[in-house]
Design a protein around this ligand. Structure first.
Ligand code: NOJ
Length: 459
């Protein structure tokens, strides 16, 4: 039986500026925190940087041709803040604006709808020097930047994502330090979590002030925590805290202006003075859609003797002792990232989100995809596992949509192999292979399969 998606389902591919653009010191671009971080020895595998990446800055016309051939209707990309405002202040770099104008115009000419992410992790270094997302002054700076983007591009761009994965920005950037700026301090992470939520609201209002009909959302990395031991209070407490910390924080903020009280109690003194009187009014904002990035489910079960209180790992300030390792039956088919493959999780997640927050008008899968070690054979890449991952996740999504969950689009991560943050170029997520020596692009089998799915609007 053919499984179809609704008419007008928005099929797309996704990328992010620092991961693909390269041209890091061209046309007046300022330094971002990822330039600094990737050039700090020991932070990124093989010392890789985004200096050249896929050279999309110079090759975007070719990349649009590839998308045209795939038949996708939309392209999600991000704007590099330091290209437009190199020092993160009010001083504009017109060559940066000109680049995104060229890109947007070329997309429209190819009949591909641009979907813009304003922040996909490349903060101007000058702002980080003032404390970055942990300093409340970022909220105003981000709203001004968002407004400038809406003014410049909003005549042609109607879909906006304020921030990509603010959980990663906050917790990977400021708590366990595996991402830029590499700080390790729970209270900075909590401050960043609050300031990203305030920034989403402030930027949404700023965009709407100049483009009232724009669709504005936020993209969160979400998952399901599968509880394996329902009788263990530590497991239940941990699962609830993780859900609040990862999934609910930003959603509750824009819907209600408040954060989960249980989580605030756990943060205790760590969050003292961060949230100010009156912030509830600032946090609450009309959000037109929720973008979801989904990769894999999580698991939590009773602690093994070797499991220490979670807080001791220095990542989350949670005192529980639990085991979050991959279940045995999934552990032998991990992706190259070491992530489990749980396709039913995508359908379960969107169903749960819609049930829990029916007031969110619609959802978009803004990222989903997998990393595997690709083999080039006679110039072809037969990525069976990635293709299988794609098929199975879309089957799961289609069922949920057919059951009435309002998901309006799906963006494959990623159009191209690219700079996978702390993993550098060692991990490939593209449906199109990139030879980093020659920068030649070759669509993999998964791209051919995606093309088929897009053209038939089904599986
Ligand atoms: C989510 C991030 O938004 C993206 O930048 C990253 O490459 C993928 N996950 C894969 O890890």
């Amino acid at each position: 039986m053919t499984q179809h998606f609704p008419d007008n389902f928005l099929w797309g591919t996704a990328t992010a500026s620092y991961q693909i653009e390269g041209a890091s010191d061209v046309d007046g671009r300022g330094v971002s925190i990822w330039d600094t971080f990737s050039k700090t020895p020991g932070k990124v595998v093989n010392g890789d940087t985004g200096d050249v990446a896929c050279d999309h800055y110079n090759r975007f016309a070719e990349d649009i041709e590839i998308m045209k051939d795939l038949g996708v209707k939309a392209y999600r990309f991000s704007i590099a803040w330091p290209r437009l405002f190199p020092a993160g202040d009010d001083v504009r770099e017109e060559r940066g604006f000109a680049f995104y104008n060229r890109l947007i115009d070329a997309l429209i000419a190819a009949d591909i709808e641009p979907m813009v992410t304003l922040y996909h992790w490349d903060l101007p270094q000058a702002l980080e020097d003032k404390g970055g997302w942990a300093n409340r002054s970022i909220v105003d700076a981000f709203a001004k930047y968002a407004k400038a983007c809406a003014e410049a591009f909003g005549d042609r761009v109607s879909n906006w994502i304020t921030l990509n994965e603010p959980w990663c920005v906050s917790w990977l950037g400021y708590s366990n330090g595996v991402h830029a700026p590499g700080k390790k301090d729970f209270s900075l992470a909590i401050a960043a979590a609050h300031h990203t939520a305030l920034s989403h609201a402030a930027a949404s209002r700023a965009i709407k002030s100049v483009r009232p009909s724009a669709q504005v959302g936020i993209t969160l990395n979400m998952t399901n925590n599968n509880i394996e031991d329902h009788n263990d209070p530590e497991v239940l407490a941990f699962a609830q805290l993780s859900d609040e910390n990862l999934n609910r924080w930003w959603i509750d903020a824009f819907l209600t202006g408040k954060y989960p009280q249980n989580l605030l109690d756990t943060y205790g003194d760590l969050q003292k003075d961060v949230i100010k009187a009156g912030d509830a009014d600032l946090l609450k904002v009309q959000t037109d859609f929720l973008g979801i990035n989904y990769y894999a489910d999580g698991f939590v079960r009773s602690a093994r003797p070797e499991d220490k209180p979670y807080i001791e790992g220095g990542f989350m300030p949670f005192p529980q002792r639990v085991d979050t390792s991959a279940p045995a039956d999934l552990a032998n088919s991990l992706t190259a990232m070491g992530w489990v493959v749980t396709p039913h999780g995508l359908g379960n997640l969107v169903t749960r989100v819609h049930k829990t927050w029916p007031e969110i008008p619609y959802l978009m899968i803004t990222e989903n995809g997998s990393s595997y070690e690709d083999v080039v054979l006679n110039g072809e890449i037969n990525d069976v596992e990635r293709t299988d991952y794609l098929n199975r996740h879309l089957e799961s999504l289609q069922k949920a949509v057919a059951d009435g969950v309002p998901v309006k689009g799906y963006f494959a991560w990623s159009l191209l192999d690219n700079f996978e943050w702390a993993e550098g170029y060692a991990k490939r997520f593209g449906i199109v292979y990139v030879d980093y020596q020659t920068l030649k692009r070759t669509p993999k089998s998964s791209a051919k399969r995606f093309k088929e799915i897009v053209s038939t609007n089904g599986l």
